[in-house]
Structure formats: structure tokens, C-alpha cells
Design a protein around this ligand. Sequence first.
Ligand SMILES: *Cc1c(COP(=O)(O)O)cnc(C)c1O
Length: 396
Amino acid sequence: MRPYSRVYAAIDLDAVVSNMKEMKENLPPSTAMIGVVKTDGYGHGAVPVARAIDPYVEGYAVATIDEAIILRRHGIKKMILILGVTHESRYGELLRYDIRPAIFQYEKAKALSDLAVKNGKTAFIHLAVDTGMGRIGMKPDKASADMAERMSRLPGLRIEGMFTHFARADEADKAAYEAQYQAYLRFLGYLEERGVAIPIRHCSNSAGIIESLGSNSLDMVRAGISIYGLYPSDEVDREAVKLRPAMALKSVITYIKDMEPGCPISYGGTYVTEKPMRVATIPVGYGDGYLRSLSGKASVLIRGKRARILGRVCMDQFMVDVTDIPEACEDDEVTLIGRDGDDEITVEELAALGGGFHYEMVCNLGKRVPRVYVRGGQIVGTKDYFHDVYEGFGYM
Ligand SMILES: *Cc1c(COP(=O)(O)O)cnc(C)c1O
């Protein structure tokens, strides 16, 4: 039975759990994991993923305070860290929802401390250190260590953790990673000299976890893309951690027709039939996040066989060649991402064909595509973004 008649993304929560177990096995036994569920769990749905991985993580990381609040509102109790910068206007919500911000400026720490004292609360923060990403964070020098020491004496504020982010841990050459990690360790030393203790030290991302980097021996690691069963890059060791892709994208054939030779297909007539052909229409397009740059390049799976895209991908539909799949008929299942029979189409394959990036493809899967959650072969829940409620217009 198909849960939706046009298209849906099936999210395999068993794969998600299996990926967590695989990573755990590749880590030192005392190292805990933070589950990164930013951008709505890399497009997979943050809440169901967070719930599925809860037994395997010490906490969660997101990019924005709104993502953090969504997790809290759905019953997530463990530590939540915001990896980006949180605006001061939202510090009240940090305290109310018990969410950790990344802090690296004294004035911000002071503002949060003042608010915490005023509310009779304690704010927990993680220091962000920029060791070579050039994005956010304090410089790992002695002046920053002095600043961190002053922060550590602020009332109502507790430095709970400190992290840096590796720009090139997914590359075969680990020199850049090593330089960043050494800068982090040196900075930890400066803090120690000043009597500033850091209970939770965390640096590794998915690439670090898979590549068994030295930074895995700190207190925690931050698993992101690997939760969802994708490898950070082609250069990491796929044998070290066996990941299973969690997302499949399924649709149907809405129409099949026979075409004479010489018929143009789709916008611009970039493809013209060369012989008598059987052509199927699929009701998915770039409006669903299926890349237009896959026009004429990618294939889909129908009855376990590959059918290539003919002409341009439209906003809501595209056409494929089913001449060599005579058994194909209207209403047949179509696999855009995932397995059908012995063949599989991966996100990595599509990203490479379309000149895109695999992280981006899953993050940008459209809100017109409902997510269907599967566990033990059963559908355990769904999320339909398109039916989200509008507020303030009086529509309902
Ligand atoms: C996104 C992000 C991660 C996770 O990265 P992956 O490559 O998906 O594992 C970890 N840490 C920070 C700071 C991030 O921004």
C-alpha cells in the first residue's frame, strides 16, 4: 500500500538506528555522541530522527534556536546545543527552554549572565573556537583564553563545553585537520593554565568519526550526515563504518504513451524521440527539490530496471524512457532515490550527475513531499509539511 498517491520520502528509522550503532562501535567506549539534527534533520524530519536516536546520544545539535525549540516542544529532554550564533533578543528563550548557545564574545556572555541572574537561573554555554574554519568562534590564542577566564567568573553562567569545527576532516590528506586539532588542544592548555575547566570537549564531525581521528578521544563527537546514512565525501573509508541510507524517494507513473520518431519532449525540445518509443510521465519536479540539472542525465527505477530521463525536468513533472520495460504501466511505483530489486539510486549518484552536493539534496527536498516513517517494515508515522497551519490570515 502506498501512503501517498503522488510522491513521498520514506525515512527508514531502522537504518538511522543501525547507523548510530555502527558509529558507536567505531568510537572509543567512553566517547559520547551528539546527534546533529539541523535543517529539520537534514531534510529527514528532526523530531522522529531525534526520538529514534535518543538512546544513542547524550544530546543534540541544531543550527537555530527555532530548531531547538521544536525539539523541546516535542518532548526532547536531553542537552540541545545551537551551533550558530543566537541573537541576544532570544536569550530569554535559551533560559526558558534550557538550550545551550555557542558563545565566543565576552559581551554576549555578560548579557546572558545578567539575564540568568535576573531570572534566578543558570545559563550553560559552549565556547566556539575558530581553529581554521573562518566561520564563527574565538581565536585560539592567549587573549581569548583570558576572555574565557573572565567569562568563567560571570555569575549565573556555566561553561559546559567547548568545540571547534573541522573544515577538511573528510579529505584523504589530514594535515589541515591535524593543524586545527592541535590548535584546539593548545587552547585547552591555555585554559587549563588559567584554571578554566571544560567538562565537555567536542570536535569531530561525521568524517572524524568514520576516519577514527584523534579528536574522537575527547568527551563527545558530533554526528551529522552519517546519521542519515550518507558519507561526508568520497575520500572517507566506507569500510570503517557501514552506513545505510535512510531516505528513499518514491513516486508513480501517472501516464504512459507510445510516441512516433521525431517527437520533442519537454521544455525547449532538448530531446527528440529517435525511434518509436514508450514514454512515462512522473509527477515530480524541481518544485519538489528534484534537481532540474538532472534533465537528460539521471534515471529512475521502475520494476527494478533503470529508465532514463528524457528532456528537461519541469517544476512538477518529468518524462522517462520505458521502451525497454514493456511490463511498466500507469500507477506503477517509481523509485527516484533508493532501492528497487537489485538496483539502487543513491543521493550521491544524483548529486554527482546534477552537479550538486549530496548534503544539499536531502536538505532541499521540498515541503511538497510528505515524509513517511518506517520501522520494522511498518509505517509508524507521517509528516505532511504542506498541511501546516497558516496563522494570522483567518484562513481556518
Ligand atoms: C553541521 C555541523 C556538524 C555535522 O557535520 P556532518 O558533516 O554532517 O557530520 C558538526 N558540527 C558543526 C559545527 C556543524 O555545523
